[in-house]
Design a protein around this ligand. Structure first.
Ligand SMILES: CC(C)(COP(=O)(O)OP(=O)(O)OC[C@H]1O[C@@H](n2cnc3c(N)ncnc32)[C@H](O)[C@@H]1OP(=O)(O)O)[C@@H](O)C(=O)NCCC(=O)NCCS
Length: 377
């Protein structure tokens, strides 16, 4: 019998179980997300470092374990000179996610352990990747503005250092808290497209750098991580609270997919959107720039009440980042700064109980055609 003959499939593998994980679980009906058993509504009380530790160790750290973990991140918080040079010599106007994809790939060249697939080496590389991703994003942004890279300051969190390296000044506590919360919320999400891509690569026994390079390529797409940038571009295109409703109605009439809405798994509010909405509202108050939040509210009301489609993680992160002054094309790279912690944890989990991931397919092409030589066609 031919491969998958008689099999049923659901487009986009919706509802298909593709493996096991102890890292995160989503209840799409209740709107719940937990990492390793802990609800994200509780995890946002801690730090991104704590969440990263949790994902890598499947349990929360004690204070001394967290301090030691943070120290290891600090020790890995630099980029090889060659990678800095590579970032500085990228063509101008290069896509920020494409740059990050290249950095992940290049980091392997300067890691003596890149081909060592032992669990110990993978755990060291996992910490290395968590530490280096925010530096790579900030270095890219500074380089394209002709600025020298800034290296992280000792004793500060990933969120603090990321904002410091990006803007070149010490960030306020409020901004650090917002980025830290955002990093916690984006860290893991079941078998989402980029994580699944990461696990498929891991399952071939390829190295962790190859896996995160593939994952970042998947995250780049507008139906996945790229949606947050599209949300902000949509808000900028509308650019007027009073025009928001008519813009949206005409978009819906024209069957345009409204970015930042809808989700394969959540059939109610995405729990991450709950926090990001609060962040966006707080920033609107702080900055006095209420427009983006008010426009977002109008869009949300119509989408939820009339179309019954809820905002996802990308909707309110867009206006929040914008009000913080973060360049739009860095929204998806910031997603990667967080999600890399999930990718590396999934990589390790896959390697610890591995079988090649190789699904079947339903063949829909022609069969038994007669081959004619090229001069006869
Ligand atoms: C996330 C997403 C890809 C999920 O896709 P999916 O599970 O394949 O769902 P579908 O695209 O089949 O949507 C189901 C229905 O809801 C509608 N819908 C879903 N998301 C919508 C959106 N953002 N705007 C308008 N309509 C939407 C679809 O048009 C479809 O309607 P139909 O049955 O009348 O054709 C999809 O909702 C989307 O494209 N959203 C916008 C991009 C985005 O924000 N991505 C980030 C995800 S975290």
């Amino acid at each position: 019998m031919a491969e998958s003959e008689g099999a049923q499939q659901k487009k986009g593998l919706e509802g298909i179980v593709a493996g096991e994980t102890a890292l995160s679980v989503i209840d799409g009906q209740q709107g719940l997300l937990s990492y390793c058993g802990y609800n994200i509504h509780d995890l946002v009380k801690g730090s991104f470092e704590e969440t990263a530790y949790l994902l890598l160790n499947l349990r929360l750290p004690t204070q001394s374990e967290l301090d030691e973990f943070s120290k290891k991140i600090e020790e890995e918080s630099s980029l090889p000179q060659e990678v800095i040079k590579m970032i500085q010599t990228l063509p101008s106007g290069v896509n920020a996610m494409a740059a990050l994809r290249g950095v992940f790939s290049a980091l392997a060249y300067y890691d003596d352990e890149s081909e060592d697939n032992s669990d110990e080496a993978n755990r060291r590389k996992a910490i290395r990747l968590i530490a280096k991703t925010p530096i790579a994003v900030a270095t890219f942004h500074r380089a394209r503005n002709g600025a020298e890279p800034l290296m992280p300051k000792s004793g500060k969190s990933i969120a603090w250092n990321f904002l410091y390296m990006l803007f070149g000044e010490e960030p306020s506590d409020a901004k650090v808290e917002l980025i830290d919360t955002s990093l916690i919320l984006h860290a893991d999400h079941g078998f989402n497209a980029s994580t699944f891509a990461c696990r498929v690569i891991a399952a071939t026994l390829s190295d962790i750098y190859s896996a995160v390079t593939g994952a970042v390529g998947a995250l780049k797409g507008p139906l996945h991580g790229g949606a947050n940038e599209r949300v902000m571009n949509m808000l900028l295109e509308i650019n007027d609270v009073d025009k928001t409703e008519s813009w949206l109605r005409s978009a819906l009439e024209n069957k345009v997919k409204v970015m930042g809405f809808g989700h394969r798994v959540y059939k109610t509010e995405d729990p991450r959107a709950t926090h990001l909405r609060r962040m966006s509202e707080a920033l609107a108050e702080d900055t006095g720039e209420r427009k983006w939040y008010e426009m977002s509210q109008i869009i949300e009301n119509i989408m939820v009440n009339e179309k019954h489609i809820n905002p996802n993680v990308d909707f309110y992160s867009a206006s929040s980042y914008y009000m913080m002054g973060i360049p739009i094309d860095l929204y998806t790279p910031i997603f990667a700064v967080s999600r890399v912690s999930g990718w590396v944890a999934h990589y390790i989990e896959q390697m610890n109980d591995n079988r090649l991931i190789r699904p079947g397919s339903i063949y829909i092409g022609e069969r038994d055609l007669e081959y004619t030589s090229i001069d006869q066609r």
